[in-house]
Design a protein around this ligand. Structure first.
Ligand SMILES: [Zn+2]
Length: 146
């Protein structure tokens, strides 16, 4: 696959239908809601299944949403443990107690500002088998960009 097979996040249309999903880490220290457009059961919805070094280890299946569509009901983004590597443009957030890899966010204002990668494995009531997975060949992507 070529680099063009890696889709990059784009903001959904303001009037696009949305669904709200509850999510939490395993131990419950972090709970949050994700407002997602389109809803995950929409045929146009895509969940990224990426083979890059971090996604494959963490088992990420992720969707993109804007930062303001991630709302914490317990804990907060600053309470997560963070991990960054290579260019350190992305912060990977995980629970310091149970280790659940919950989300990732760009910390570089010039690199997809305002976007959050949300691991759908943390979402409640989502049947992973029904998701429209899109393979992303992140392993072939320049690791300094990830
Ligand atoms: Zn936890």
């Amino acid at each position: 696959m070529s680099k063009s097979d890696v889709s990059l996040p784009t903001a959904p249309a303001p009037d696009a239908p949305t669904a709200i999903y509850k999510a939490s880490c395993h131990c419950g220290a972090f709970a949050y809601t994700i407002t997602q457009a389109p809803p995950l059961n929409d045929p146009s919805a895509q969940v990224m299944d990426c083979n890059c070094s971090i996604c494959s280890r963490n088992g990420y299946l992720f969707i993109y949403t804007s930062n303001d569509r991630v709302e914490f009901t317990k804990g907060g983004i600053e309470q997560f443990k963070t991990y960054s590597f290579a260019s350190k443009k992305m912060a990977h957030y995980f629970c310091g107690t149970c280790g659940a890899s919950c989300m990732a966010r760009s910390v570089d204002p010039s690199f997809f500002p305002g976007m959050t990668c949300v691991n759908v494995r943390m979402l409640e009531g989502v049947d992973l088998k029904t998701l429209n997975l899109k393979f992303a060949d992140g392993a072939s992507f320049d690791p300094t960009s990830a």
